[in-house]
Design a protein around this ligand. Structure first.
Ligand SMILES: Cc1ncc(COP(=O)(O)O)c(C=O)c1O
Length: 480
């Protein structure tokens, strides 16, 4: 860009706050150049960096087909076309808000209820985070965020708002749990740096860990924010991806406990249907705040990112169908559990462990033993080898601000069983090759079938998905 152009455009337009120039995005390009296909490109790159839930699409599709009235572009539903196409109220369709509130309660075990009047729409959780940050903080203010965290937060909360994120350093020694000590240390660090802390942002269940927060940890965080008089934003967009015990506990349950003293004006939930229902393209995001002023302001701001009325209409019908919701949630959890089992078993055959988890669309894989040294440089070197030689696109821990090198996030719900087997075979083979000279591992029968392709291309990662700067190739979409 010439200096002339720089002067013509705003700081946001000319800055790199979006993060698209990070090396991780280079991989997008390489992946797009060489996408795996089970018949047309068997040796292509397998996409394991996308936190998409594609395992239960058939259940949703079936419902759509048996409920043509729910779509306004069908013979059965077209009678509602003009009403819905005209609708533009930023409060949203009442039936949409009712259905989402009910679904949020259902995905939290019906142990809490949500007030439809507090449901504010946004363009996905992405939009919800930005709107929440705009409502709670001024440029230069900060939110404390436990590490490792979803890299998109660096864009969603910071880019256009001018807000900062300060890490709450969590460690593998206690399975990356958030402790009071870590909260205090982050707060103190910000204070020393003259940064005003406006809140804590947690993701429960966690992306990238796939773990859920226990009640005691949630209570600790609620006590902390109350003591400091700062906000708590809880990203609960993976609430219904919990596939085994223990059950998920929402912050909504904690603040209703008798023994907790909480100023509810400080509590805000971000939700979306992108992960739980596997509908990221619908851009259904929700801000649920217990603070009236935030609900008010967020609703006004939602004009910049409404959910289309057509989508609201469809989702309202779908989520009002109790029988469907029960079936979908049960089936989705069953399939996610199976994926988790297949993956963890496959990796354990070559001694690779993952953090024990029971939620999410990914695994937090421990490859510390494969690092040449325990440094982030070594992690990047290993990551490039994995992309270029193993040809799977996983995401290095450093992109999640993990404080320890050697961890990688592996998405496992955005592909079919065949791709899973091939990916596992590639990983196991790679690990075995790297173990040569270390402890002997019995050669497996699948090894002989494997041929690694070496590529000189710079490949990548896509940890900031869901909004790739590069369009998905239809080929990739069709196969993963
Ligand atoms: C923790 C977390 N929050 C927010 C998002 C963005 O979700 P949405 O597609 O609803 O914007 C993601 C997507 O990966 C995520 O993992």
């Amino acid at each position: 860009m010439s200096s002339n152009q720089v002067q013509l455009l705003s700081k946001i337009a000319t800055g790199d706050g979006h993060g698209e120039n990070s090396p991780y995005f280079d991989g997008w390009k390489a992946y797009e150049n060489d996408p795996f296909h089970p018949t047309k490109n068997l040796h292509g790159v397998i996409q394991m960096g996308l936190a998409e839930n594609q395992l239960s699409f058939d259940v949703i599709q079936e419902w759509v087909m048996s409920n043509p009235k729910a779509s306004i572009c069908t013979l059965e539903g077209v009678r509602n076309f003009s009403d819905i196409a005209n609708f533009q109220d930023y409060h949203g369709l009442p039936e949409f808000r009712n259905a989402v509130a009910k679904f949020m309660a259902r995905t939290r075990g019906n142990r809490v209820r949500f007030d439809p009047d507090r449901i504010v729409m946004s363009g996905g959780a992405t939009g919800a985070h930005e709107v929440t940050a705009f409502c709670l903080a001024d440029p230069g203010d900060a939110f404390l965020v436990p590490t490792p965290y979803y890299p998109g937060f660096d864009r969603d909360l910071r880019w256009r708002t001018g807000v900062q994120l300060v890490p709450i350093i969590c460690e593998s020694s206690n399975n990356f749990k958030v402790t009071e000590k870590a909260l205090e240390a982050a707060f103190e660090k910000a204070r020393k740096d003259n940064i005003r802390v406006k809140g804590v942002l947690i993701t429960n269940p966690s992306n990238p860990l796939g773990t859920i927060m226990d009640r005691e940890t949630l209570r600790t965080i609620v006590r902390f924010v109350n003591e400091k008089s700062i906000h708590l934003i809880c990203d609960e967009i993976y609430a219904a991806t919990v596939f085994s015990k223990p059950d998920f506990t929402s912050i909504a349950e904690i603040i209703e406990e008798d023994n907790i003293d909480c100023n509810r004006d400080l509590i805000h939930i971000v939700y979306s249907l992108s992960k739980d229902m596997g509908l990221p393209g619908f851009r259904v995001g929700i801000i649920y705040s217990y603070n009236d002023a935030v609900v008010n302001c967020a609703r006004k701001m939602s004009s910049f990112g409404l959910v289309s009325s057509q989508t609201q209409h469809l989702i309202a019908s779908m989520l009002s169908d109790d029988e469907f919701v029960e079936r979908f949630l049960a089936e989705s959890a069953k399939r996610l559990a199976k994926r988790y089992r297949v993956f963890t078993r496959g990796l354990s055959q070559v001694g690779i462990n993952c953090l024990k988890s029971n939620a999410g669309l990914f695994l937090w894989m421990d490859l510390r033993s494969l690092l040449k040294s325990q440094t982030f440089e070594a992690e990047m070197a290993l990551w490039r080898v994995i992309i270029n030689q193993v040809k799977i696109n996983v995401s290095p821990g450093s992109s999640f601000h993990c404080s320890e090198p050697g961890w990688f996030r592996v998405c496992n719900a955005n592909m079919d069983d065949r791709a899973v087997e091939i990916a596992l075979t590639r990983i196991r083979n790679f690990v075995l090759q790297n173990m040569e000279g270390k402890a002997p591992v019995k050669k497996q029968c699948w090894q002989s079938n494997l041929r690694l392709s070496f590529s000189s291309r710079m490949l990548d990662d896509i940890t900031m998905s869901p909004h790739s700067p590069i369009p998905h190739s239809p080929l990739v979409k069709a196969t993963t």
